[in-house]
Design a protein around this ligand. Sequence first.
Ligand code: GDP
Length: 593
Amino acid sequence: MTTNASTRTIEIPRVLSVKDLGDLMGVSPVEVIKELMKNGVMASMNQVIDFDTAAIVAADMGFEAVEARAAQQAQVPVEAASARPAIDEDAANLAPRPPVVTIMGHVDHGKTSLLDAIRETKVTAGEAGGITQHIGAYQVQVGDHQITFLDTPGHEAFTAMRARGAQVTDVAVLVVAADDGVMPQTREAIDHAKAAGVPIVVALNKMDLENANPDRVKKELSDNGVVIEEWGGDVPLVPVSARTREGLQDLLENIIVVSDVLELKADPGRPAIAVVIEAELSKTRGPLATVLVKTGTLNVGDYVVVGETMGRVKAMLNESGKRIKSAGPSEPAEILGLQSVPRAGETLRVAPDEKTARTTVIERIREREAAAMRQQQRITLDTLFGEISAGKLKELNIILKTDVQGSIEPIRTSLERLSNEQVKVKIIHTGSGSITESDVMLAVASKGIIIAFNTGTEGGADRQAATEKVDIRHYSVIYNIVEDVDKALKGMLEPTFREVITAHAEVRQVFKVSRKNSIAGAYVRDGTIARSDSARVLRDGAQIAEGKLASLKRFQEDVREVTTNFECGIQVEGFDSFEVGDVIECYRTERET
Ligand code: GDP
């Protein structure tokens, strides 16, 4: 780096082209390009670079860069600048914004009914004559406050958005049916909300039922780490009935109280940043996307970049189907005018002009391609030590799935005990049964790994883990889990072999071939089984045997492989008690690269 005694100060906007930077410094763009190359950035003259990059190059060329105040930025057209004069992120410009709420809970506990009841009592009243339509989110008025509800209930959607880097939810409403209590998905929802650091408000639903048993539910909640206010904790619990509408107002007020503590703020004056909640292609109106504004104000006429597409907002509709001209923080809006359909969870940003929008899209596509080359870096036990030593990892998040409930505690205790000064071992979710897609998404969202003890992986989850590069480790001896995690923490783990699940087959018939031997007549549900694979035999989701394939046959003939939707005969070494309904999960081991 050339340090210059007579350093000059230049004001650089948040984004600018390479040529603009050259102009500001009074040097040719070629000089700037050369300097960028020295810093590993390949750029053309018209390429848009951000302030940080520009500042580094400027420093190398003897300039001190300060960020230009947004109102003075050359890129903002006069028209847009006057419409939104204060494009600034000063704390002084921040104003309170409504909370964004997701409803979670076990199936049939009344999530949809509750969303509908709140919408009907609150939205249609205010929008007389308006046709409520599903756009993915809606807002209700509570006194002088507003609340935005995401209209897709469930922690799956919530965690899927987080996995894509978009946390939009501020408060989770956990619906628990008073007659049914805490169920498996209730527990999952609790863990998913906690992993995201989102506060919970419990809606104790179905209070109209005679067999409602609030005391039992309170106890179960507390057993699962949700301590309600009445019991000295900080989680409000509100008895409600989606059917009789009782308690709804109280629920809404509690959401307001909880979100007040969060001091949610945004700057309505700046260009909008929003998140896509839902998107689809309409035959008549083209690509449609419902976005939720995180900060700033989105206006009709704005140029926007969303993921890898762009457009100009032609029109915006609210949840009543009414045309609106602008949408502020926490406000949902359906927008028309994108060039193609974006994906849920992607971020929308307003661009100063069409050219910048286009350049940004091109940049993003290039960046994605480059990232694909570099391969996504997720946490795996093998890379763990490197992350710890580099100071990048302070917590190892583990999702633990076991065959039976009873195995959870001993494993949890032994693993948590491995925490040291540098890194804390944190079990963020546990459960018995196979690994589900929801577990994989939680691992992605929380940058965690999954440990499976005597249990398998559901077909969909398995494919997802492969695409998302989530590390799933299978064990059948507790000691080995503890040993591996311990070694990983200390950086002593030998480069290992990764397990790749190749197929799932379902046992449909069992043939006795001799007194000691039987063959499973199986149907391949997904994947392709290879003769060289190993297999786990799963009964009701729990592993009952594991071994190499002893034979793989089609019509009595030995074959090298059998693919999806075909039947075959399978024998597993050392196992002879197949039953109809067993699942054979096949896998091979590959050397970790
Ligand atoms: P979700 O799966 O959590 O979305 O649950 P739903 O909203 O579909 O509700 C499941 C069932 O419970 C439906 O038959 C609802 O009519 C019923 N239900 C929902 N809320 C209440 C309530 O407050 N009281 C009673 N009695 N039934 C309810």
